[in-house]
Design a protein around this ligand. Structure first.
Ligand code: NAP
Length: 280
């Protein structure tokens, strides 16, 4: 089995990003809107800021109290949109329940939408593939898949999970790469039979050790997006020990998809910068 870790890929790509930004003397800024004190969100935001700084992207965090109104956030984002020295905007999810997440996200200028979550960017992914801005986790998954399978055209990908953040955009991204794509979810019947057809199996369900060896075929590539916090560890959706000797390649958790998501946040930030500076 090939253990598909991301450390070296991320290291290599970050060096090349850093060199590019330095050589062209780019002044790029990412602005993160953070609401409340969700502990996981605080960890993620700090990780993103650190990654930005390591490649020479300026990262600013705009923190709001848990009880901020939707209107106030929307007005604030409109100001960020107008500011020409701001290239990329990220709203850290989830937002508190009293705020309509979709309305807030859709306020972001499509060119500054670093997470690729506005209606226009989502529609573009469906209609045109990866021409616009595509969410970071699906891009990270695709990169990992291509690391082990050079020609993915026609291979069967099975995705578990149909969220707006991971499953659905990944479906369209892989389809645009000419993969044959199946998406399964909590209502799927005989799920093991579906996943056993997968040349590439991607799990994004958020259930610890959900995927066992009877879910996979022997030459499969398994990409584990799940992040499940137990008392003493973070583990994926895949029962790594049970599955690892029954597949061709498998990503670990931690050290697989997570760092790739952060890498693609940096790449998408550069992409936003280029879109803002593109001549129309
Ligand atoms: P989500 O919005 O909770 O979606 C979970 C999906 O899993 C839903 O589509 C759900 O189906 C499906 N599901 C639940 N139970 C299932 C079952 N028994 N069999 C088959 N499908 C089932 O989660 P998400 O935001 O996509 O995140 C999924 C996981 O990925 C989480 O652990 C999250 O922490 C992790 N994540 C990791 C990264 C990273 O960078 N590594 C990034 C984002 C998310 P229904 O639609 O039918 O309810």
């Amino acid at each position: 089995v090939f253990i598909l870790t991301s450390k070296e890929i991320v290291h290599r790509e970050e060096i090349s990003l850093k060199e590019h930004i330095k050589a062209k003397r780019l002044e790029i800024s990412l602005h993160v809107v953070l609401v409340g004190n969700n502990p996981a969100s605080l960890v993620y935001v700090e990780r993103k800021k650190k990654a930005c700084e390591s490649v020479g992207i300026h990262c600013f965090i705009h923190a709001f109290q848990e009880n901020v109104t939707e209107q106030k956030l929307i007005e604030y984002i409109k100001e960020l949109n107008k500011n020409p020295s701001i290239h990329a905007i990220l709203v850290q999810l989830p937002l508190p329940k009293h705020i309509n997440q979709h309305r807030v996200i859709d306020t972001i200028d499509d060119r500054k939408d670093v997470d690729g979550l506005t209606t226009k960017n989502r529609t573009r992914l469906v209609m045109e593939g990866d021409n616009g801005i595509v969410p970071c986790t699906p891009l990270g998954c695709l990169h990992l898949i291509k690391t082990v399978r050079k020609d993915i055209s026609g291979l069967h990908a099975v995705i578990l999970g149909r969220s707006h953040l991971v499953g659905k955009p990944l479906f369209h991204l892989l389809l645009s790469e000419n993969m044959t794509v199946t998406i399964a979810h909590s209502k799927t019947k005989n799920i093991e039979e579906v996943t056993r057809c997968a040349d590439v199996l991607i799990s994004a369900v958020g259930l610890p050790k959900f995927i066992k060896k009877n879910f996979v075929k022997s030459d499969a590539v398994v990409i584990d997006v799940g992040i499940n916090r137990l008392d003493d560890a973070i583990i994926g959706d895949v029962d790594f020990e049970d599955v690892k000797n029954h597949v061709a390649a498998i990503t670990p958790v931690p050290g697989g998809v997570g760092p790739m998501t952060v890498l693609y946040l940096l790449k998408n930030t550069l992409r936003c910068y280029e879109l803002i500076h593109a001549k129309y």
